[in-house]
Design a protein around this ligand. Structure first.
Ligand code: BDR
Ligand code: CA
Length: 305
């Protein structure tokens, strides 16, 4: 089993990623750390706890910092895409489980020391928790097997601005810091995630299931798909951004990658843009360039509910 930490901003597709990871026997989830982006840290924490209670599993949920890496307040939550409660207005029962008392970056540091060279970090949110962990204890850098980052758009336009993907845009300085830190990062960007589609007809099947998880996810995804439909009506579905990151942790052959040098523009009108150069001597990131979409989506659907 692969030891993993999930760093999330739950978040509709984060919820899908969490459920997919829990239902994957290849993965041992040491903890789920939370960040801002789709919603606030406290709401992401609450949504994650409620989701875990709905699934019926006990996994530590550790809240992250609520300021950006440069100390500024984060951007507003993305109500139009993820709803006012961060999870597409889906109704989850109040959580019985409580958040962990540590801070996310301290949990990350301690888990990496405990599982040296046997730990993978998946971030599907801003990278501030990881950046804070590396800043506080740079000794963790060589002890991590892999960092899978859902974020960026190297060969395609952004989704929150024409240049930037949402997770990178949320904290550009955290992203640039981790990218240049020497961590073994694989970038799972819009280049591949927008090729992985969850189709609307799946929701009918989930609604018929005798499973509260299936009902909650169907409700949340309906909101997500409606949001997508306002921008890309022909899609008739939504992208599986965050779940693809989990899929790659399970089976890296879902994607083709290439080493590149990637920098993040931290300010200006193109802030959040990820600039990737192939054939650079200073490659720092393994970038996902293509995905076996049908094989991945089938794998995801067989496990999710
Ligand atoms: C990413 O941004 C968030 O809105 C999603 O949860 C995903 O992590 C997609 O750009
Ligand atoms: Ca996310």
């Amino acid at each position: 089993m692969k030891n993993i930490i999930l760093d999330v901003d739950t978040g509709i597709d984060d919820a899908l990623a969490i459920a997919y990871a829990i239902h994957s026997p290849e993965l041992n989830i040491l903890g789920i750390t939370t960040s801002f982006g789709n919603t606030t840290v406290s709401e992401a924490t609450k949504n994650t706890l409620q989701l875990l209670d709905t699934i019926g599993v006990k996994i530590p949920v550790i809240p992250g910092v609520s300021k950006k890496f440069n100390g500024e307040d984060p951007r507003e939550k993305t109500v139009t895409i993820h709803g006012n409660n961060g999870i597409g207005e889906a109704t989850l029962s109040p959580a019985v489980s409580k958040p962990h008392e540590m801070l996310a970056h301290d949990f990350i540091i301690s888990a990496i020391h405990q599982h040296q060279n046997d730990i993978t970090i998946l971030t599907t949110a801003s990278q501030v928790n990881l950046a804070e962990a590396v800043k506080k204890d740079p000794n963790i850098i060589p002890l991590v097997d892999e960092v899978l980052v859902m974020g960026g758009a190297i060969s395609v336009p952004g989704n929150i601005t024409p240049y930037a993907e949402a997770n990178i845009y949320t904290d550009t300085e955290a992203a640039q810091f981790t990218f240049s830190s020497g961590l073994p990062i694989t970038l799972v960007g819009l280049d591949v995630t927008t090729k992985t589609l969850l189709k609307r007809d799946v929701l009918k099947k989930w609604k018929k299931k005798n499973s509260s998880l299936a009902h909650v996810l169907a409700e949340a995804c309906e909101f997500y798909m409606d949001a997508y439909a306002r921008v890309e009506p022909e899609l008739n579905g939504c992208a599986l951004h965050d779940p693809l990151t989990v899929g790659i942790a399970i089976d890296s052959s879902f994607v083709q990658t290439a080493p590149m040098h990637v920098d993040v523009l931290t300010e200006g009108s193109k802030a959040g843009q990820t600039l990737g150069k192939k054939a650079s001597k200073n490659t720092n990131i393994n970038v996902c360039l293509d995905v076996e979409s049908n094989r991945f989506v089938t794998h995801f659907l067989n496990r999710i509910v």
